[in-house]
Design a protein around this ligand. Sequence first.
Ligand code: NAD
Ligand code: MG
Length: 392
Amino acid sequence: MSQNPKRITILGATGSIGASALDVVAAHPDRFRIAALAAGSGDAAMARLVEKFRPERVAMGNPEAARRLRERLGTDGPEVLEGTSGLEAVAAHPTDLVISAIVGGAGLLPTFAAVRAGHDLALANKESLVMAGGLLTSEVAARGVTLLPIDSEHSAIFQCLMAGRREDLDHIVLTASGGPFRALSAAELKHVTPEQASHHPNWNMGAKITVDSATLMNKGLEVIEARWLFDLAPEQVRVVVHPQSIVHSMVAYRDGSVMAQMGTPDMRPPIAFAMSWPERVALPVSVPDFTELASLTFEKPDTERFPCLALAFDAMTTGGTHPAVLNAAGEVAVAAFLAGRIGFTDIPRVVAETMNTHAARPLDALETVLETDRQARATATRLSAQPARKSA
Ligand code: NAD
Ligand code: MG
C-alpha cells in the first residue's frame, strides 16, 4: 500500500482529545499527516506541536496567544492566524478530515467552516450539534461530506449500527458512568467542591466535560448529540448508568436483539476509528480482561439528584433554540462553579432558571443560534451571581 497519508486538521489540538488524536497520528505516520492546527490560548503547548507536526497553518482563538506564538516560532514558522476568523480559516484549509475538538460553543463556527469548505468532519465538539443540530446536519447533507462521531458512546452506536439495517432499529441506549458522585445523597451533593468534581473515576478529560460528567449534563448533551447524529426521534434515545464504562453504548433492534460495543475506557480507539473509517488501525490499547472484571452493572439514572439529564431531555423535546439555551447556561454555570462563585447543585438551578426565562424559537439560521447563545449566557451570568434561594 503506497497511498499518500491522509491529511488531518485538528481544532482544539492542545486539549485532551487533541492530544489523543496526535498520538494516533504520531503512531501511524504512513497513514496520517497534520495539515493544520488550532487552539485557544496555550501558545507554549502549540509551539511544541508545531515543532513536532509541522502544520502548514495554525490559529489561536486568543489574539494575544497568537502574538506570543509568532514570537516563539520566529520567521520560519507557519502562518499563525487569530480570532474566530483565524479558526475558521484553519478549518477551511485544504485537508482530508477535520477533527473538531474545541470545547464549548467556541467550536460552533469553526465546525461549520469545515463543513462549508467541503471537508469530512470527525466531531468531538458535541456542543455544536446541541446548539445547532438540524442546521449542522443539513449543511453536512448539502455539502455531501461525511460526519463521523468521536464521542465514545456515539462511536459505539455508529459501530453497532453497522450490524443491522437502519429500518430494523428500535432504539439506542447510551451508557453513563454516573460520574464520581453517583452514590452521594442530595444533601451531600450540595458540598461538592470544584476540586472533587475535577476528577473522573474512569476517563481523563478536559475540565468542562469532567464537571459535566459529574452533573450528568454531559450525558444530557450526548442524548441531543445522538438524536442529530443518527436522526432519531427523542423517544428512541435512552440512558442507563453503567459505572464500569466497559460497554460504551448499545443499539436495540426490533427483534429484541441488542448490540453492545465494548472496550477499555480510552479515547484513542474512537478517535482512530473516525480517522481511519471504514478501516481500523493497530493501537497499543489493551482489550478488557474479562476474567478480571468483577462485574458489569447497570442502573437507572436518578434525575432527582442529577436534574441536568432531565433538563436536556426537556430541551430536546421542546426543540428549536432550547438546546442552545441549555448549552450556554451549562457553560456559564460550570465556569461559575469552577471559579467558586456558585455551588455544585446551583449548576442545574442556573440552567433550569435560564431555560424558564427563554421562549424557544425555531432553529432557522445560525444567526438565531448565536443570538440565543449570547442572550442565554447573559441570563445565566446574572443568575450565577445571585445566591441560591433558601430552601425550607
Ligand atoms: P480540553 O479542555 O482538554 O481542550 C479544549 C481545546 O479547545 C484546547 O485545545 C483549547 O485550547 C481549545 N479551546 C478552548 N477554548 C477555545 C476558544 N475560545 N477558541 C479556540 N480554541 C479553544 O477539552 P477536551 O476534553 O479535549 O474536550 C474537547 C471537546 O471534545 C469537548 O467538546 C468535549 O465535550 C469533547 N469530548 C471530549 C472527550 C474527552 O475524553 N476529553 C470525550 C468525548 C467528547
Ligand atoms: Mg462521551
